[in-house]
Design a protein around this ligand. Structure first.
Ligand SMILES: NC(=O)c1ccc[n+]([C@@H]2O[C@H](COP(=O)([O-])OP(=O)(O)OC[C@H]3O[C@@H](n4cnc5c(N)ncnc54)[C@H](OP(=O)(O)O)[C@@H]3O)[C@@H](O)[C@H]2O)c1
Length: 247
């Protein structure tokens, strides 16, 4: 298992540029981020406790992962064209979705808010020079302030993840991070829309709280590489080479 904390920032500043040019990354980044080099790739991420919780009982997710684990999330943001979160994450965490802990460009921020219920003051919608997109159902209210609204068809309130990715691809957004929360990552995963999953496990037992992946019964064994990030362990799972182990 490679310990990325050892080489924390060594050569990092070049990585967001190199990955966009399709070039090989220097050590220690190639083994971790090389799989995200294809110009079209969708990676899901969740930070969770040993007992599979991605937030404490009041819904707080920021206390789970160590600083190196959180820096990893910010690095992922710096490598993608767009970061996608569900409305539940904006309601619970009011995240900024920026790369403020590492060097690199901020991604386009995409919020799936099918019912158009989120306040315009949410930090993900802040007018800070980054393009912001809201995915809604058709005939939903618009938010003022230069935010692009993309209205997509739904079935009983559910918008197909593939339709969301198509709409982003039409806008040139092809390297995508599906950052959370549980519902959104699970929905993209079960729709077969994730190429990779970065699961960062912290040595904590919470006993209660928000459950992470929530899928229909399955038995999918996936090729995986583990990396240590400070006290956390990152499982980088290749969801395209997985084979069903259900027999
Ligand atoms: N540890 C981590 O890595 C991490 C990361 C992010 C979030 N979190 C935690 O996760 C929790 C929130 O997770 P969550 O599962 O409740 O919410 P979520 O996944 O953030 O958002 C779910 C909501 O987003 C909308 N949505 C997402 N995909 C949709 C689709 N395909 N079609 C239609 N609507 C869609 C729906 O909005 P409506 O509800 O408006 O219908 C849905 O209920 C919070 O406690 C947060 O702290 C943890």
């Amino acid at each position: 298992m490679q310990d990325l904390a050892v080489d924390a920032d060594q050569g990092w500043n070049e990585v967001p540029h190199l990955i966009r040019c399709g070039r090989t990354l220097g050590d220690p980044w190639e083994s971790l981020f090389g799989p995200l080099r294809p110009s079209s790739v969708v990676v899901g991420q969740l930070g969770q406790s040993l007992d599979g919780r991605i937030a404490t009982e009041p819904g707080q997710s920021t206390l789970i992962n160590c600083p190196e684990g959180i820096a990893h999330l910010h690095r992922l943001r710096a490598l993608v064209d767009a970061v996608v979160v569900g409305a539940g994450t904006v309601r619970a965490d009011d995240p900024q979705l920026t790369v403020r802990r590492v060097a690199g460009p901020n991604p386009v921020r995409v919020v799936i808010d099918p019912r158009g219920t989120l306040p315009a003051e949410s930090r993900a919608f802040a007018a800070d020079g980054v393009h912001r997109i809201v995915i809604t159902r058709q005939q939903c209210r618009s938010i003022d302030g230069g935010i692009e609204m993309i209205a997509l068809p739904d079935t009983d309130g559910r918008i197909e993840p593939s339709a969301i990715l198509d709409a982003l691809q039409d806008r040139g957004l092809r390297r995508i991070l599906v950052e959370g929360g549980a519902h959104t990552v699970s929905t993209f995963l079960s729709a077969g829309c994730l190429d990779r999953l970065h699961l960062t496990v912290a040595p904590m037992i919470l006993g209660a709280g928000v459950t992470g992946l929530d899928l229909p019964p399955t038995a999918l064994r996936v090729p995986m590489r583990a990396h240590t990030l400070g006290s956390d362990v990152l499982f980088d799972c290749d969801l395209r080479s997985g084979e069903s182990a259900g027999r």
